[in-house]
Design a protein around this ligand. Structure first.
Ligand code: SAM
Ligand code: DTB
Ligand code: SF4
Length: 366
């Protein structure tokens, strides 16, 4: 029953997205049941291991140093701190820890070595380990794989066309190249995007074309609703309507049937009924814990109550792919190459990003 298509066109995807809602839901739920247990939802916990001070200009991101948001920046956490948080996440029902760093790209050196040790430590707790550290080279991806990394998150965020309206400090091709580098290892790929950034429905479909034509398709696709943070260029974007989220989840499910579709940022604004419709439409993963990276997320107890009401069970670790082995640092085959990769720097002007930057210059940080 392998009928995964890697040739979806934008027109086909738009046709799915715009179907009458009841048709769309029925179709998505039917596909969902062919490939997944509809009563199981994978639960991940996010851990911001290095927060704020990022050199990039991503228009949605509170961690970009050039905008003034009131988040608290932090240097890289210690391995012991990460271990303690991972144990807490495990005891509250999470099967995966996703470690995020506010970096443009990974740099070989002591900080990356420390992240590799975090990966080894969490894999030894028998939890799936995911990292999202910005762009990575092939050698860096291999070193992460060797440490026992289960997944690497690197979002395409939107369509190639709209990307130029969101970020000027890197190109879409950098994102695709990083995903290719991860694909050269056994680490699974997690890549998705954000809706509610002022993009058109065509851009949403364009992003789904880019993701669904990857071969193989990403094992996991997070769908985020923009969290409009004060001080960022997108602070005034209006909230995403639940119907848009449901349509996006359902369309993602239909074009990427085997993928875990994650209902990601934005759940604090959704009712339980709204989230239930997203699960019906094929979402089968969430981030749990009262914080995403820097912004709020529903309380774990509330989520557990919702799971009980809906009869949902958290997915066990390593049911979709086997647990990787961890190679200790001393036995590593892949030395640090001290690479200085040439990721692109388009540096075109994005008006709203410039405005937010100017505003930050005029209003010094509290
Ligand atoms: N610095 C790395 C990178 O950009 O790849 C990893 C961390 S970055 C915060 C991970 C992802 O979080 C982004 O690609 C974006 O999709 C998501 N994100 C960041 N800020 C967001 C916001 N305000 N609302 C929704 N999603 C957001
Ligand atoms: C993803 O797609 N969403 C997560 C995770 N991958 C890294 C991050 C959401 C961040 C929301 C804004 C914040 O909390 O800073
Ligand atoms: Fe930096 Fe990632 Fe935020 Fe962009 S999304 S500013 S790269 S932390």
């Amino acid at each position: 029953m392998e009928d995964i298509r890697n040739n979806w066109t934008k027109e086909e995807i738009l046709e799915i997205y715009n179907k009458p809602l009841m048709e769309l839901l029925y179709e998505a739920a039917t596909v969902h049941r062919q490939y997944h247990d509809p009563n199981t939802v994978q639960v991940s916990t996010l851990l911001s291991v290095k927060t704020g001070g990022c050199p990039e200009d991503c228009g949605y991101c509170p961690q970009a140093a050039r905008y003034h948001t009131d988040i608290e920046g932090n240097d890289l956490m210690s391995v012991q701190q990460v271990k303690a948080q991972a144990l807490r996440a495990k005891s509250s029902g999470s099967s995966r820890v996703c470690m995020g760093a506010a970096w443009r790209n990974v740099k070989d050196g002591p900080e990356f070595d420390q992240v590799l040790e975090m990966v080894r430590t969490i894999n030894k707790l028998d939890m799936e380990v995911c990292c999202t550290l910005g762009m990575v080279t092939e050698n860096q991806a291999k070193r992460l794989a060797e440490a026992g990394l289960y997944a690497y998150n690197h979002n395409l965020d939107t369509s190639e066309e709209y990307y130029k309206e969101v970020i000027s400090t890197r190109g879409y091709e950098d994102r695709l190249e990083t995903i290719e580098n991860v694909r050269k290892t056994n680490v699974t790929v997690c890549s998705g995007g954000i809706i509610g950034m002022g993009e058109s429905v065509e851009d949403r479909a364009g992003m789904l074309v880019a993701l669904s034509t990857l071969s193989p398709q990403p094992e996991s696709v997070p769908i985020n609703a923009l969290v409009a943070v004060e001080g960022t260029p997108m602070e005034d974007e209006k909230p995403v309507e639940i119907w848009e989220m449901i349509r996006m989840v359902a369309t993602t499910r239909i074009v990427m049937p085997k993928t875990q579709v994650r209902l990601s940022a934005g759940r604090t604004e959704m009712t339980r009924e709204g989230q239930a419709m997203c699960f019906f439409a094929g979402a089968n993963s969430i981030f749990a814990g009262d914080k995403l990276l820097t912004t709020p997320n529903p309380d774990v107890n509330e989520d557990m109550e919702m799971f009980n009401q809906l009869g949902l069970e958290p997915q066990k670790a390593f049911v979709k792919a086997p647990q990787p082995e961890t190679v200790e640092a001393a036995d590593s085959q892949y030395a640090s190459l001290g690479e200085k990769p040439k990721w692109t720097r388009p540096s075109h002007t994005i008006e709203r990003n410039e405005k937010a930057k100017q505003k930050a210059v005029l209003t010094p940080k509290k």
